[in-house]
Design a protein around this ligand. Structure first.
Ligand SMILES: NC(=O)c1ccc[n+]([C@@H]2O[C@H](COP(=O)([O-])OP(=O)(O)OC[C@H]3O[C@@H](n4cnc5c(N)ncnc54)[C@H](OP(=O)(O)O)[C@@H]3O)[C@@H](O)[C@H]2O)c1
Length: 297
């Protein structure tokens, strides 16, 4: 089976390559080879590669930057998704598209079901919702997987930022009044491959690791585990702060937990707890840094 992964150099794209099943012929492109906002290049690329399935792991993911870069965020997350859906629909190619918990406003106070009405609070969330709507309209058979708080050994994310700050600073203050579920991109990638294999799947799905936490809880867990496995030499105090003190450009949902029950039943598998997945990721990161040190030495 030929699978074209668009955004193959991003966190999810990279983990899709690490977890690729043996039966898949993996074809990956990223913005340096293909810009999904350009219809002609998109058509040309798909016609050259002739994939059976396209996975759209490409997105404009800078949540704060999107607030003053609306045109580009919509261009990629809505326009790019729409163009991709059209190309796939015209060629009868299956499409798997990724979306976000930020389509919700976080005011519900309990996990969001797939059937709950989205109401994004920021430009990123609104642009991703516009992308979802376009994909569903043009290609109703497409699979759209909403996920949250994604991190990986590869790329920029909260875990790697915390590790850097925990090495550089004497103390940290982290937001404790926004609740979500951290999700290791490796586990998400494995689930995406299950959807590739499940040709009876279509429509919206929710997938994250299990459990809930605040950014503060997440930061404390990162420090504890990183220290435990020797990625950090020292511990520094981490205190709680409110989102209003942090003054980020984009407003974020206070409680954006995605209800996974329907997806778990469909796939016949349960998500792993975020803390276990965090330990798995940090252990991998440590192995990788050891390998880098060896090859430099
Ligand atoms: N990261 C999260 O916390 C999170 C949470 C919920 C949902 N999601 C969703 O999960 C999916 C994967 O996210 P991720 O964290 O893997 O993202 P990522 O690491 O930012 O990777 C996205 C990739 O897409 C590329 N890209 C950007 N614009 C493009 C364009 N016009 N054409 C082709 N490629 C383009 C990026 O290149 P550049 O880096 O050069 O821009 C990057 O390599 C996205 O749909 C995202 O919205 C992510």
């Amino acid at each position: 089976m030929k699978v074209l992964v668009i955004g193959c150099k991003g966190q999810l794209g990279w983990e899709l390559l690490q977890t690729k099943p043996a039966y898949v012929e993996f074809m990956g492109v990223d913005i340096d080879q293909l810009d999904i906002t350009e219809s002609h290049s998109l058509e040309q690329c798909v016609d050259e590669m002739v994939p059976d399935v396209i996975i759209n792991a490409a997105a404009y993911t800078s949540v704060d930057k999107a607030e003053c870069d609306e045109e580009q965020a919509y261009g990629v997350n809505a326009g790019g998704a729409e163009k991709l859906a059209r190309v796939a629909a015209n060629r009868d190619i299956r499409l798997i598209h990724i979306s976000t918990d930020f389509v919700f406003n976080g005011e519900k106070g309990s996990p969001y079901k797939i059937s709950d009405d989205p109401a994004p609070l920021n430009v990123y969330g609104a642009s991703k919702l516009a992308g979802e709507k376009a994909v569903r309209l043009i290609l109703p058979s497409a699979v759209i997987i909403r996920t949250a708080w994604v991190y990986s050994c590869h790329g920029k994310n909260f875990v790697k930022t915390m590790l850097r700050l925990l090495k550089d600073k004497n103390a940290l203050s982290v937001v404790s009044d926004q609740i979500g579920t951290p999700t290791w991109a490796r586990g998400l990638a494995e689930v995406v491959w299950e959807f590739v294999g499940a040709d009876n799947s279509e429509g919206l799905y929710h997938w994250t690791d299990s459990g809930v936490c605040s950014w503060y809880d997440f930061a404390v867990a990162i420090q504890d585990i990183a220290f435990d496995i020797g990625l950090l030499d020292t511990m520094v105090p981490i205190s709680e702060t409110k989102a209003e003190n942090y003054k980020a450009e984009a407003v974020r949902p206070r409680y954006s937990i995605l209800e996974r029950t329907e997806t778990e039943q469909f796939l016949g598998r349960s998500a792993q707890h975020w803390r276990r997945q965090l330990r798995n990721m940090l252990t991998n990161l440590q192995k990788e840094s050891g390998l880098e040190a060896e090859s430099v030495g």
